[in-house]
Write a protein that binds this ligand. Structure first.
Ligand SMILES: Cc1cc2nc3c(=O)[nH]c(=O)nc-3n(C[C@H](O)[C@H](O)[C@H](O)COP(=O)(O)O)c2cc1C
Length: 646
């Protein structure tokens, strides 16, 4: 598209742009600082033509800072490492997965069962934790200032006596924790939790999976009959294919009742749905709530590994948890290397979670994860090279998931020179029973180097469309089956990219990952079809909102606040990459573009653009109180500008 000069097209408005369901219409936001602006751009071209310097975000001259000295090393975001959850750094000395934060510990540990002020502990005198309320309260550090944000929002505080804002919901003289029953009964809540009994049953391998027990022998028998190359291509003549198809039908009849037809599953409608990608670590529940608030229609859990789900791992079961504000439209993503893992995990998830109230819209199989550990185990993007196994997995998942649809997320292929997504999608449509396919327009080898290949995405979407036409003509019964939605993914960073994709690249919708991490209001922008020049104050309010959602999720005790701070810093490590649209000289902004050194329109805007992790901690302190002395957050960036200068 032709680049446009922003200065000619900025249109000031009174406050935040309002769209239906926009945040501004739900909550007043202070307009201190620069007025919010809608930034208009002539929307005529396609993403292909862009006359700017490649890879450089052009900043208006008055906001440029002097060029850094030669010795200054600028912070470079490393999205590959971020996607891998920081594991790339594992080999560095003294650093491991837990390197970036330490656990907060209380001086006196109070019994969990008594934290609401009136519970009883089943261990009684044998309990190793403190039961004396006064002793515990006097051992706590001074309360944080202000009101407990969780009590404020939902009428009670699940952290009870352990809350760091205890004074706001504790009647000391009566020794009572306050609950606002009205507010509590109307508050949103978290779903897809499993109780201790279910967890124990899973840990003892006693959780019944009758449908899996039925379908797995059938899938095994298919394996023996497979005559399919690793690249996903069918081998053999048309004649042998017909015989095989008949064989497979006979086998199916031997082992299982007919599975749910796709048309009998709960409807999935992704037509122009605004979708947030599954995002390990950063796509946590509070972040997803934030994106919902900005208008995302569909959100996905972080990738959950099938095996630990089957083993009842507490930390893995935290991943499918969602908030009622994510309903409808919450999908759970799993990764598995073997069909039995994927199939059983799907059955367990769709049995144990709140699917009745729409707690799981779809179970999504991750076939795009590039992380070495996952890939070497045969899961994630490794499945792209095992087409038959992948199709068997999807078939099995579809059989056991009841009325919950199964979807899949893939890349173009594992190697740059051998994209095989087109062949795979053809098999998904014909054999796999999936309700939606998402294609990330990169290979595993490519990682985040080079832009996503939207021409390839568009061609693959066309393959799916064409197959429909052929299928519909051939088979009346097939015609009844529902559409397989096709979603594109890669580099969407603005309303302009999003609409360009859905209007010109054959896709039903676009999934957004880093674009939403950098500016979560991208969903609001898509609705408004305009750039929204959020003021620094509005962005700080967004951070406050994340912090409050985070405290609601992780808790307001020392431990919860520590966790919340850690994940807030993870979020800030992306949001600091946002260059305010009002100081850009050329639009549209591109996700690959790196700005020269710039300053904001006020101090707060400059602070929010800082890539110094010490500033992120400083920002977190505005909402979470002073960081515990043990709190240590090291960014994922390769280096840090401020430190190198110092
Ligand atoms: C920090 C991070 C975590 C990610 N975690 C997942 C994940 O758990 N599952 C998944 O399918 N993709 C994951 N991805 C990939 C994204 O979903 C998406 O496919 C990719 O980033 C391309 O989209 P984008 O250009 O909009 O960022 C992750 C990406 C990042 C940057």
């Amino acid at each position: 598209m032709e680049s446009s000069s922003v200065s000619e097209t900025v249109e000031a408005t009174n406050g935040t742009a309002k769209t239906n369901n926009s945040p501004a219409s739900m909550e007043s936001i202070s307009n201190e600082g620069p007025a919010s602006k809608k930034v208009k751009l002539d929307d005529t071209g396609s993403r292909k033509v862009d006359s700017r310097d490649k890879g450089v975000a052009r900043i208006r001259p008055e906001f440029l800072l002097p060029k850094p000295s030669k010795t200054t090393v600028l912070a470079e975001p490393d999205d590959d490492d971020a996607e891998a959850g920081g594991t790339k750094r594992k080999r560095e000395r003294g650093q491991n997965k837990n390197r970036r934060f330490a656990k907060a510990r209380e001086a006196v540990k109070f019994c969990e069962a008594l934290k609401d002020g009136d519970g009883t502990c089943r261990f009684g005198k044998d309990c190793k934790f403190e039961h004396d309320v006064q002793k515990y309260i006097s051992s706590k550090p001074a309360d944080l200032e202000g009101t407990c944000p969780v009590f404020d929002a939902i009428g009670y505080c699940p952290s009870g006596l352990k809350c760091r804002w205890l004074h706001s919901h504790y009647l000391a003289e009566a020794g009572k924790v306050v609950v606002d029953e009205d507010k509590k009964s109307n508050a949103g809540r978290e779903i897809n939790r499993i109780d201790r009994d279910t967890q124990n049953t899973l840990q003892k391998k006693k959780f019944p999976v009758p449908k899996s027990d039925k379908i797995l022998p059938y899938l095994d028998s298919l394996k023996e009959h497979d005559m399919v190359g690793n690249d996903g291509s069918k081998q053999g003549t048309a004649e042998t294919k017909d015989t095989e198809d008949q064989d497979k039908k006979d086998l199916a009849a031997t082992y299982v009742e007919p599975p749910f037809l796709a048309s009998e599953k709960k409807p999935l409608n992704l037509h122009r749905a605004k979708i947030l990608s599954p995002l390990t670590t950063v796509g946590n529940l509070p972040f997803r709530r934030l994106c919902r608030w900005y208008g995302a229609d569909v959100t996905y859990s972080e990738m959950a590994l099938a095996l630990p789900i089957l083993q009842g791992s507490k930390s893995e079961w935290a991943l499918p948890r969602s908030h009622t504000s994510e309903i409808p439209g919450f999908g759970v993503q799993i990764a598995a290397s073997k069909p039995w893992q994927a199939v059983k995990a799907t059955e367990v998830l769709t049995t144990a979670c709140d699917t009745g109230i729409g707690g799981i819209q779809d179970v999504n199989l991750n076939c795009g994860c590039p992380i070495d550990l996952i890939y070497r185990s045969g899961a994630g993007s490794a499945l792209l090279d095992s087409g038959s196994k992948l199709v068997r997995m999807l078939k099995g998942m579809n059989y056991v998931s009841g009325d919950v649809p199964v979807t899949v997320k893939i890349r173009m292929g594992t190697r740059d020179s051998h994209p095989n997504a087109k062949k795979l999608v053809a098999r998904f449509v014909n054999e796999g029973d999936v309700a939606a396919i998402t294609l990330h327009g990169r290979s595993r080898q490519q990682r985040y180097t080079r832009v996503a290949d939207w021409d390839y995405i568009s061609e693959t979407a066309q393959v799916v469309k064409d197959l429909y036409e052929v299928r519909d003509e051939k088979d009346k019964e097939q015609r009844e089956r529902r559409k397989v939605w096709f979603v594109g993914n890669g580099d969407c960073y603005s309303w302009h990219d999003w609409w360009d994709a859905v209007e010109n690249y054959n896709v039903d919708s676009v999934m957004i990952a880093r674009g939403a991490l950098i500016k979560p209001w991208i969903f609001e922008e898509i609705d408004a079809r305009q750039y929204l020049d959020k003021s620094a104050t509005e962005r700080l309010d967004m951070i406050r909102k994340f912090a409050h959602f985070g405290l609601d999720h992780w808790g307001t005790d020392e431990y919860g606040i520590n966790n919340c701070r850690r994940f807030l810093c993870e979020f800030l490590s992306f949001s600091c990459r946002y260059v305010p649209v009002g100081i850009l000289e050329v639009l549209p902004p591109k996700i690959q573009d790196r700005p020269p050194m710039w300053r904001g329109r006020n101090e707060l805007e400059t602070l929010l653009g800082s890539s110094d992790y010490k500033d992120w901690i400083k920002i977190s302190e505005m909402f979470l109180g002073p960081a515990h002395e043990s709190f240590d957050f090291k960014p994922k960036h390769k280096s840090n500008a401020y430190e190198a200068e110092g």
